[in-house]
Design a protein around this ligand. Structure first.
Ligand code: SF4
Length: 325
């Protein structure tokens, strides 16, 4: 029997290449061998965009478009809307009552907030984010959660919450495990984390021209002063991008040619552009061909199926914990 995977993305702005290489490509791989539930995490989006509902509303369709254009198939994966399943919040409320604050303190996202305070994230919703995440997973009897190394702690918290819940109430919800994958991290065009709130993104549906224009602006090795001087690929954003998109042999060739002063930065960016266009232009074309109505239909159908499953789990839980027997 296929294992159940549950994972979501927060629709908080434009869908971009950071999402594509860090999450979506992996999801598309996983859909073939697992029972996949991928959701629009709109309640999670509220933790940072509570005063920008339009951003959440608008980006939902673009996320679905991006997933489908990248190869997700609704025959293999259920795409649904988190906030259309209120039982997730009911379960989250119960989970909140049995989660000590110390567990939430262990969340890497919260630790980051404490060390680098961001005003918008200074709220209880963000602090208890891992608890809602535990409910997202448990209500679908999720067994695996695809994460990078830096997110393992979140799944550990979810596992401990589910274990405690099972012990207290005699339920048999699966304890979720991390499904580790090597996350390709693609920095934004300015070299820091790609984020639509910063405006340093490369969109999933760039045109050939706009893509190359953005690549041409990427910072190169600033210590290299001229094509006749050797460069240092490790000090170059263009090379970071090559490492994500180019073949192994191309990466090695670029590295050696750069160090031997046999490759100019303009040519290097053009080669990168050629590789990226080959992979991304078919995706951009599909992306642009999917209408809002098609996205809504996909969400509606996925949410209908998922809601039924969620209701069954909730009934099982209520059998154990209802007060008015
Ligand atoms: S040749 Fe390529 S890797 Fe070397 S510094 Fe220029 S852009 Fe970077």
């Amino acid at each position: 029997m296929k294992k159940v995977i549950v994972s979501g993305m927060r629709p908080t702005g434009a869908i971009h290449l950071g999402h594509y290489v860090g999450v979506i490509k992996n999801w598309v791989e996983l859909q073939h061998d697992h029972d996949c539930y991928f959701f629009l995490a709109d309640w999670h989006a509220l933790t940072s965009n509570f005063d920008e509902l339009d951003v959440i509303r608008k980006s939902r369709y673009d996320y679905v478009r991006g997933w489908i254009a990248s190869g997700m198939d609704t025959k293999n994966a259920h795409i649904y809307n988190q906030s259309s399943c209120p039982e997730i919040l009911y379960l989250s409320q119960i989970f909140l009552c049995l989660t000590p604050p110390g567990w939430a303190d262990r969340s890497p996202s919260w630790k980051d907030q404490v060390q680098n305070p961001k005003k918008k994230l200074d709220n209880l919703g963000f602090y208890t984010y891992p608890v809602l995440q535990a409910a997202d997973i448990a209500i679908l009897k999720g067994q695996l959660v695809p994460v990078g190394e830096d997110q393992v702690a979140h799944v550990e918290i979810a596992r401990e919450i589910v274990r405690k819940f099972n012990r207290l109430y005699g339920t048999k919800l699966p304890e979720p495990q991390s499904l580790l994958h090597s996350v390709s991290k693609l920095p934004g065009t300015d070299g820091v984390k790609m984020s639509s709130s910063i405006g340093n993104v490369i969109l999933l549906n760039e045109t050939e021209k706009s893509l190359q224009k953005k690549l041409n602006k990427l910072k190169t090795d600033d210590k290299r002063d001229g094509i006749e001087k050797p460069g240092n690929p490790d000090n170059c954003l263009v090379y970071e991008y090559h490492k994500v998109f180019s073949s192994k042999s191309e990466i090695e060739e670029v590295c050696q040619a750069c160090k031997a002063a046999q490759l100019g930065c303009g040519e290097c960016k053009k080669r990168l552009g050629d590789v990226m266009k080959k992979e991304l232009m078919p995706i951009a074309e599909r992306f642009n061909s999917i209408s809002d109505q098609e996205c809504q239909d996909i969400i509606d159908e996925g949410t209908r199926i998922v809601s039924e499953k969620v209701r069954v789990t909730w009934q099982e839980i209520m059998e154990k914990i209802r007060f008015n027997r």
